[in-house]
Design a protein around this ligand. Structure first.
Ligand code: PHE
Length: 508
């Protein structure tokens, strides 16, 4: 052990990992991606990807951290000294995600404030985007920044202060905070679901959510404007990784704090299924509310609200408006959403600051502050009126491209460079339940092949036409490819910068 913190007990480890997994990914990202990709078809693909790829990769990350006793860059460097940059690239993708994640947290904080007076009004549909849409609807002027929104900036400062507060003392504080940030929100969520599904007209929304359109799942030759199978499966698999916090080095760092008796296999299943259940149950509230909205406005379901990052902030206030004590439930709901987000955000900060600490020997506090200040800085673009569109582009590139590359690389390194059977043996030693050779096959062949195929198609699509509302090459170059290149370069520089601190060799 290189003087690492260890979780105070095993439940703290499971809760912290669940806390990292369950967050805005479940209640903010899942519903809008699901809505965008056809409801039931997406849900079906999501479940398949969870079992086939998500949970096996979660096992892999825990095992890698535990075995190498290092955060991601150190763990990859322990496999081969030339691979350290790859670990930095993984936490870099997570860091960029964290910088916009905290911007969404700022919306939660702001909505928490709005709840006191129900400031979103009778029709919350576009409250989130109203200013942005007014300012930027004109596609001929894509570079209009919109005003700097101080209110959201203040929310961002509050979010980072809360994150820092939670990670201040490392694994020991994390283990305690998660009791409140994981278990509290769950009870409240159930209440919202009950309200969401009992709204008038909810049935139509739920039918859209639960009925898969099978043809979309293998529509590999979509006509323009249609949802294609490649995009759908890539959206599903990257949502699984995003939501489980797999592919960012977070679970590698958390695995490195694990004690010797923690069962990797069982806990991965608990975390994976707990996370999916939260997303699916939360989705019921959102789709119930959408159904209700369709009934009230007389519009078809797919046209009720514009999809995209604003969806959740449009539908939940709708539910809150329909509750008996809206102010009370509004405050509770946005408090819950902020709590859910905090432990996901601090897991990334923890993973990155552990990596910085492992490499440079900084104190935990110093490493945390460096990460937080950088995170705050990178969150600034989203404070502008146009920020939500940039956020959409960054989110797309980080998840569809960056995350796919990390997971692909991890599978290739563990599956081909190291022997997966060796890793499986290690997992089985650390688990009561055992995994069989199917695990090797997924890590070695299935997951890389599937990702390679989908990634290839995604890149082809991006070359064909730029992503985003404005269809602007320059924005895509800057916020998509540019950011990816930036993380890559920073990773290479950090890996080359200075020799790693001496650590214990990995156990053989
Ligand atoms: N898993 C988190 C969620 O579902 C998202 C996240 C991804 C957070 C990567 C940090 C880093 O909300």
């Amino acid at each position: 052990m290189n003087g690492r913190d260890i979780w105070s007990n095993r439940t703290a480890f499971v809760l912290a990992s669940i806390g990292s997994a369950i967050g805005l990914g479940n209640l903010w990202r899942f519903p809008y991606v699901c809505y965008e990709f056809g409801g039931g078809a997406f849900l079906f693909a999501y479940l398949i990807c969870l079992v086939v790829a998500g949970i096996p990769l979660l096992m892999l990350e825990f095992a890698l951290g535990k075995r190498m006793d290092q955060a991601a860059p150190g763990a990859f460097a322990a496999i081969h000294s030339r691979l350290e940059w790859f670990g930095w690239f993984a936490v870099g993708v997570g860091f960029i995600i964290c910088s916009y994640y905290s911007a969404i947290m700022s919306y939660c904080v702001n909505y928490f404030g709005f709840s006191f007076s129900l400031a979103w009004g009778e029709d919350p549909t576009h409250f989130f985007e109203r200013e942005v849409l007014d300012q930027t609807n004109d596609a001929s002027q894509p570079w209009q920044l919109g005003s700097f929104r101080w209110q959201i900036f203040v929310g961002l400062l509050i979010s980072w202060a809360m994150i820092l507060f939670c990670v201040w003392k490392g694994a020991k504080t994390v283990g305690k905070v998660v009791w409140i940030t994981v278990l509290g929100p769950w009870a409240l969520l159930l209440l919202f679901v009950i309200r969401g599904v009992t709204l008038k007209g909810a049935a139509e929304g739920l039918a859209f959510y639960f009925t898969p359109q099978w043809e979309v799942l293998w529509n590999f030759n979509p006509s323009p404007g249609e949802i294609g199978a490649h995009g759908l499966w890539l959206a599903a698999i990257s949502q699984v990784f995003f939501s489980l916090t797999v592919g960012f080095g977070v679970m590698i760092a958390y695995g490195s704090f694990m004690d010797d008796k923690t069962c990797i296999v069982r806990n991965s299943w608990i975390i994976g299924l707990g996370d999916a259940l939260t997303a699916i149950v939360g989705g019921m509230a959102v789709f119930g509310a959408l159904g209700h909205k369709a009934l009230v406005t007389g519009k078809p379901l797919q046209e009720v609200v514009s999809s995209g990052p604003g969806l959740t902030f449009a539908t939940y206030p709708e539910i809150i408006n329909g509750l008996p004590y809206p102010v009370f439930f509004g405050i509770l709901f946005f408090l819950m959403l902020s709590l859910l987000a905090i432990d996901s955000a601090f897991s990334l900060v923890e993973a990155l600051s552990t990596a910085v600490r492992d490499k440079f020997g900084f104190s935990h506090q110093k490493a945390n502050i460096i990460v937080a200040v950088c995170g705050l800085f990178f969150g600034l673009p989203y404070m502008f009126g146009v920020g939500i569109h940039w956020l959409d582009i960054v989110d797309h590139f980080m998840n569809f491209v960056g995350l796919s590359i990390v997971v692909l690389g991890t599978c290739l390194i563990v599956g081909w460079y190291k022997r997966p059977s060796e890793m499986r043996q290690f997992i089985n030693e650390k688990s009561k339940g055992q995994i069989g050779v199917w695990w090797d096959i997924r890590i070695k062949y299935f997951i890389p092949a599937a990702i390679l195929y989908m990634l290839g198609f995604e890149i082809y699509e991006r070359v064909d036409g730029p992503y985003g509302e404005f269809h602007s090459r320059s924005q895509e170059l800057l916020f998509g490819w540019g950011v990816l290149l930036f993380i890559l370069v920073v990773g290479l520089v950090l890996a080359a910068l200075r020799k790693r601190l001496p650590t214990n060799p990995p156990p053989s």
